[in-house]
Write a protein of this length. Structure first.
Length: 224
């Protein structure tokens, strides 16, 4: 992961759920339109930025929704949201693998682009479905809960999202220095991957002490 942009802040209220989903949905639609219109290197960078945004902003919120929100609404609302979450996580992994294929500039690049277009279209459908279900759940809560209870639920949801950031583990691979052939003879640990939480990566960024390296985009949120 890159985290060049400011780290997203926790959602301020319940309306932050569909707002976050809508923002990412707009990004996916724009990237889909740009797939064949911009240089491959620029597109690959933008795709990596999208995956970072999905992992850093949406994955913790989905985990918080499952922990706090889905069981507070009828199964007819909660179960579809859980299904949306599963599909989005699957597609994040799919986009990550395709992004790596584009970066390697393999001979199958054209085929990868075709598969990538399908994955982006599927992500658009999944995000649109999640936003719709989020809005339906919030309308239900707005109709059934007093304002003070809605505020407490929002605070609980925010705390759950923060906790999910601590428990969402990513695989971090230290960047190999230019003199890799020499260094690796003495420092084989530089080629070792290790797990680090999303929250820890963000703390390093905020503290200005982020280690230079690469993190894969497969987020493993806690099971609830």
């Amino acid at each position: 992961m890159h985290f060049d942009d400011p780290v997203p802040t926790p959602i301020p209220d319940l309306q932050g759920l569909p707002a976050t989903t809508q923002r990412i949905l707009d990004t996916v639609r724009q990237i889909t339109r740009d797939l064949t219109e911009i240089p491959a290197r620029v597109f690959t960078s933008r795709l990596e930025g999208l995956i970072d945004e999905l992992v850093s902003s949406l994955v913790p919120l989905m985990a918080a929704e499952e922990r706090v929100l889905c069981h507070r609404v009828d199964r007819a609302l909660g179960d579809p949201m859980r299904e949306d979450h599963r599909e989005i996580r699957r597609l994040i992994e799919r986009l990550s693998m395709l992004s790596e294929g584009l970066e390697r500039r393999s001979r199958r690049a054209t085929k990868i682009e075709q598969v990538l277009l399908t994955a982006l279209q599927q992500m658009t459908i999944a995000l649109d479905a999640l936003r719709t279900h989020q809005q339906a759940a919030l309308r239900h809560l707005s109709d059934t809960l007093p304002l003070d209870e809605q505020a407490r639920l929002a605070a609980t949801l925010e705390a759950a999202a923060l906790d999910a950031r601590e428990q969402t583990m990513l695989i971090f691979r230290p960047a190999i220095p230019p003199t890799a052939a020499h260094v690796l003879r003495n420092r084989p640990d530089l080629n070792a991957a290790y797990a680090v939480s999303l929250a820890e990566i963000e703390r390093r960024v905020h503290g200005g002490a982020a280690s230079k390296g690469e993190t894969n985009h497969v987020a493993r949120p806690p099971s609830r």
